[in-house]
Ligand binder design. Sequence first.
Ligand SMILES: Cc1ncc(COP(=O)(O)O)c(C=O)c1O
Length: 390
Amino acid sequence: MSLDLLRIRTETPACKHLIHFNNAGAALSPSPVTQAVLAYLQREQEIGGYEAAAEAHAGLENFYNAFAQMLGCSPQEIAYADSATHAWNKLFNAIDFEAGQTILTGQSEYASNYLAFLHLAKYKGVKIKVIPNTEQGIIDLSLFEAAIDQSVKLIALTHIPSQSGVIHPAQAIGKLARHHNILYLLDACQSVGQIELHVDSLGCDMLTGTGRKYLRGPRGTGFLYLKESCRELLEPAEIDLHSAAWTAKNSYEIRKDARQYESFECFVAGKIGLGVAVDYALNIGLDVIEQRVKRLAAHLRAQLRHVPNVQVHEHGTQLSGIVTFNKQDKAAEALHKYLQIRGFNTSVLRLGNSQLDLGQRCQADINRASVHYYNTEEEIDRFCATVDAF
Ligand SMILES: Cc1ncc(COP(=O)(O)O)c(C=O)c1O
């Protein structure tokens, strides 16, 4: 199956005036997503917030069905969150850790996740074991396996890091987690919407993501997946009248699905919009998206390697749409600004935000260009010429 690039670019109006290579930051939403959000906000203004939500019941339920279809799970295993960080923390904080237990993670773990580990280590005395990456930047599977012992309570992995273009072997880690019967929390924030994800073949118990990146949803949206058979192993740290019912003066009952991690109040327009964004991706096909993103990123890496004084940081074979690079003797921030003035959106990766990974392998901040399926080879060639001119 191929994709209708003309229609896709027409439905991404900014393609006319912008070359957006900041999809790992926030991708451009397609028109149907923006229209769904605006139409809902309009109804809130016309008839009231609660009334608009009741009227939009089907669109809100679509959120769960669309994610379930994409991830290969049941709609009852999906919950809405207002960011990936909140989704991840809700699950992480629901785990009953005891002092001395271990969190097994990788060198590319997302900064906020690692901060949560440090916080728990400080207050609960859990241990954090970080498995280094190989020369290729991929988590070392044999070291990972060797590190598993009775103390490991949680395996936490970031599938595609924000600071490098590698794809970690989430499925192989899932096999180990299942074999040793250890809870497995996968941060799929950069992979969801970019590559095909099926929770069963990944072998994860929990998976979290955001709306605004490769899914092309609105900002301020996210989601979580919680495997039904794991739900009772966890205990939500906070509940409200949406996630639980007050059954008598001194009793309550928590919902018996993943929505026990939701709150009553949320960005309803965003939730509807994110459901539409998932439908949009499903219509194109996640396999088609994955192939095109990988092809474009490979083209970008190859072209950048021809630009004098540019160093591309990815070397492995399992690579995503994220490309990281430096131009010798040029500050990343200065190159970023130079590109932005000329209509190219990219981002800068700061060493301090990735102490275990970037902080170990680079001397200074680096540049990141992240492509999506609506980008083109021609945009990439223009981009490389502009990097060359700097
Ligand atoms: C790997 C990864 N995990 C989590 C997050 C956090 O997502 P959010 O900003 O939606 O909380 C990000 C954001 O950049 C990310 O790259």
